[in-house]
Design a protein around this ligand. Structure first.
Ligand code: SF4
Length: 219
């Protein structure tokens, strides 16, 4: 089975021997089959979120030494000012939320097509459309799987500069990355050819069915 994988899961796989890698991919294929059996939409997004949260709890129980180093906390929102991917299921879930996205950011971001579009933009403009003025997520209960999976153990100030290459220490939880990768795989199957990614603003527009313009190239 061809599966889409997150960069973090790719990194994890690269450190495995052939047998362990095969086993990890078998687990991923099983996760895809499980999720595919569910009807698409907001409820499936919720199930994905439950699974990612359970994976985080499992990781914390198995590796308290590593999980205890995680520095992410409410109000620490540097990673909410980068490209954020959501699936169609998640777009549906977020569109049903009573929380409205920031209209100015939504308008500014609707035609940004790649992570590089977010780099170099003013922090306010590049912030997630659901990031509140207090630096907290306004849709925390329904935040995307990718937001649930990201864990950082280095000084949050390093995240401010987006210094991915040298100073940010990401904690990879393979159990969570399997679930996120399975959700991405299903999303790609839904509308071939699969987009490399999509940012939150465009997904929101499409989820509401009120995006007046066609999606930009690359979606
Ligand atoms: S959905 Fe919430 S956690 Fe995710 S990027 Fe937006 S503000 Fe941050």
């Amino acid at each position: 089975m061809d599966c889409r994988t997150t960069k973090a899961f790719d990194h994890f796989l690269a450190g495995l021997g052939p047998e362990a890698r095969e086993e990890a991919l078998r687990v991923l294929a099983g996760e895809v089959r499980d999720l595919r059996a569910l009807p698409p939409g907001a409820e499936r997004a919720r199930e994905v979120h439950r699974r990612v949260d359970a994976a985080q709890a499992r990781f914390a129980a198995l590796r308290p030494d590593v999980a205890g180093q995680v520095r992410c906390s409410r109000g620490c929102s540097h990673c909410c000012r980068l490209w954020v991917g959501v699936t169609r299921d998640e777009a549906e879930l977020l569109c049903a939320s009573e929380v409205r996205p920031d209209p100015g950011r939504l308008e500014a971001q609707r035609f940004w097509t790649s992570p590089s579009d977010f780099i170099g933009k003013p922090r306010e403009e590049a912030s997630c459309v659901f990031l509140g003025p207090d630096g907290a997520c306004a849709v925390y209960r329904d935040r995307p799987a990718i937001c649930r999976a990201v864990l950082v153990a280095s000084d949050p100030e390093f995240c401010r500069g987006g210094d991915l290459a040298t100073r940010i220490t990401a904690v990879i939880n393979p159990y969570a990355e399997v679930v996120v990768s399975a959700a991405l795989t299903l999303d790609a199957e839904a509308d071939p050819p699969p987009p490399a990614g999509r940012h939150l603003a465009h997904a929101l527009g499409r989820g509401r069915g009120n995006s007046p313009e066609p999606p930009p190239p690359g979606f």
